[in-house]
Design a binder for this molecule. Sequence first.
Ligand code: COA
Length: 159
Amino acid sequence: MKITAIYAGTFDPVTRGHLDVMTRAGNMFDRVIVAVAASPGKKPLFNLSDRVALIERVLAGRENFDIQPFTGLLVEFAAAREASVIVRGLRSVTDFDYEVQIASFNRKMHPEIETAFVAAAAEYSFISSSLVREIASLGGDVSPFVDEPVERALQVQFG
Ligand code: COA
């Protein structure tokens, strides 16, 4: 039986930390849907189609990935796509309580969908998209944290 997993986030923008989790998910599951949340409440810097396009570029050539935008509840999106696993990256113990809470809500709504936690690589555990945006906005070097297409997109945004 082929297993489809979903890895969701706002990805504003996608970082090497996210890519690390995506790579691990791609090694574990037959197909990985990268679900890009509209997240209007976060007032993203990049619009939804740009965030999708950037992930398509950094994952170019990797065949078992499918990048899709979504709105609404993640667990409903997962069920509609017949994904049986939601992958979440854990960066540190501070992520844990919140993640377990979300996983419990999701299980209540769709008991057939399992949440799998993937430990992010230590060298990326401190990265967040908002810090990457802040460094870029202040003219700092983001190349250690994001792939080249993302670095260029940030340069365009911040001139
Ligand atoms: N490496 C680097 N950074 C990471 C990371 C990793 N492995 N994992 C997470 N992050 C960062 C993200 O970039 C983000 O940074 P930011 O806050 O600076 O932008 C932060 O950690 C939080 O990540 P995450 O918890 O994945 O939030 P998100 O906003 O990226 O995505 C959704 C959250 C979209 C998955 C979640 O809100 C969702 O599922 N929404 C739909 C509604 C829903 O179903 N809600 C649940 C109800 S029970």
